[in-house]
Design a binder for this molecule. Structure first.
Ligand code: SF4
Length: 331
């Protein structure tokens, strides 16, 4: 089945899959894809954008088109590059930075027109309702697993949860959600946020969970889909739910992002925060000091270009961070 690539949590998978193609989130992160991407963008571009471009260039034949959204400058620029270097049809959803539901709603209408042309079929209300039902069931399954992750002690690791989320992002629901849980963890409870967690980042999550338990996250690549709940099974319901999801940090003002994360930190009894940022991801880098002040919890910053060349240094820092939380050095 042909894939429709997409780049952002604000793009409704229900509409993409109603075309009969498979929604595939572009969220790759390896050095080899990133190096391939460097053939078409400058070396100091965002590693996620470079890796996605590299992946797409190597796998173009599997795709029928790409839908991208305007988030940061590079997210937008990558769509221009795809248009230039591939023969794939590309649609850009102009995701408003400021609070403007009308722009978003109009953009969804435009997206529907693009998808109807791409899939050569009408996205009828019946078809849309059926796709909403299918994806809501999938999200509900993930929400149940998330409750286990959130439990005290956490009963499901985030590295295992990430594997389930990958199946969501690749458009393939698992045949069954796991019935048994990972072993309960008694490590210090932390919240993970920052740049997107790629498909290939699982070893990093495992490394973190040797000394910490990640009991919640606000990350593309992991939990973002859970935050979308469609109540009315029609196009209006899709617009509402996707627009009113807890907002990305790039929205302005981003007060609601801070409010959402503050609430999560309390509800999930977090003792610390791990902020994972990609090189050149200024959206997050510029906010880290404010986060430390606003959230009032110890914060471990880890910055990456997707290589694991700093792994021994990370190991030491993670272990020291876990120890400092245990000994209440910060709190
Ligand atoms: S990781 Fe950061 S810089 Fe890269 S596309 Fe996303 S928001 Fe932009």
């Amino acid at each position: 089945m042909g894939l429709i690539g997409y780049t952002c949590s604000y793009i409704p998978v229900e509409l993409l899959s109603a075309t009969g193609f498979l929604p595939y989130r572009l969220i790759h992160g390896t050095i080899s894809f990133s190096e391939k991407g460097e053939e078409v963008v400058k070396v100091d571009a965002c590693p996620l954008v470079k890796a996605n471009l590299g992946y797409l260039l190597e796998n173009e034949k599997r795709f029928v088109g790409v839908v991208g959204a305007t988030g940061c400058d590079l997210a937008r620029r990558q769509l221009e590059v795809i248009t230039h270097f591939t023969s794939l049809p590309v649609h850009i959803l102009n995701n408003p930075r400021t609070d403007n539901p009308k722009i978003f709603n109009d953009e969804i209408e435009e997206l529907v027109k693009f998808l109807e042309k791409l899939g050569q079929k009408k996205l009828t209300p019946e078809l849309v309702a059926r796709e909403i039902e299918r994806w809501e069931n999938f999200r509900e399954g993930l929400r149940v697993m998330d409750q286990q992750r959130k439990a005290k002690p956490s009963l499901f690791s985030t590295s295992d949860f990430h594997k389930l989320c990958i199946s969501y992002h690749k458009g393939n629901p698992p045949a069954n959600f796991p019935s048994s849980t990972s072993s309960p963890s008694t490590n210090p409870r932390v919240y993970l946020l920052g740049s997107p967690i790629s498909y290939e980042a699982n070893p990093f999550l495992q490394l973190l969970e040797k000394d910490l338990q990640i009991v919640g996250d606000f990350n593309c690549g992991i939990s973002r889909p859970l935050l979308i709940k469609i109540r009315e099974k029609n196009l209006t319901g899709i617009k509402e739910a996707y627009y009113h999801q807890p907002p990305c940090i790039f929205k302005r003002p981003n007060k609601k992002f801070y409010e959402w994360v503050s609430m999560e930190l309390k509800e999930r009894h977090c003792q610390g925060i791990v902020a994972w940022t990609l090189d050149y991801c200024d959206n997050y880098e510029f906010e880290l000091s404010r986060m430390e002040k606003t959230f009032g919890l110890p914060l471990l910053r880890i910055r990456s270009d997707f290589s694991f060349s700093h792994i021994s240094q990370w190991q030491l820092r993670i272990a020291a961070f876990a120890e400092s939380i245990k000994e209440n050095i910060y709190v």
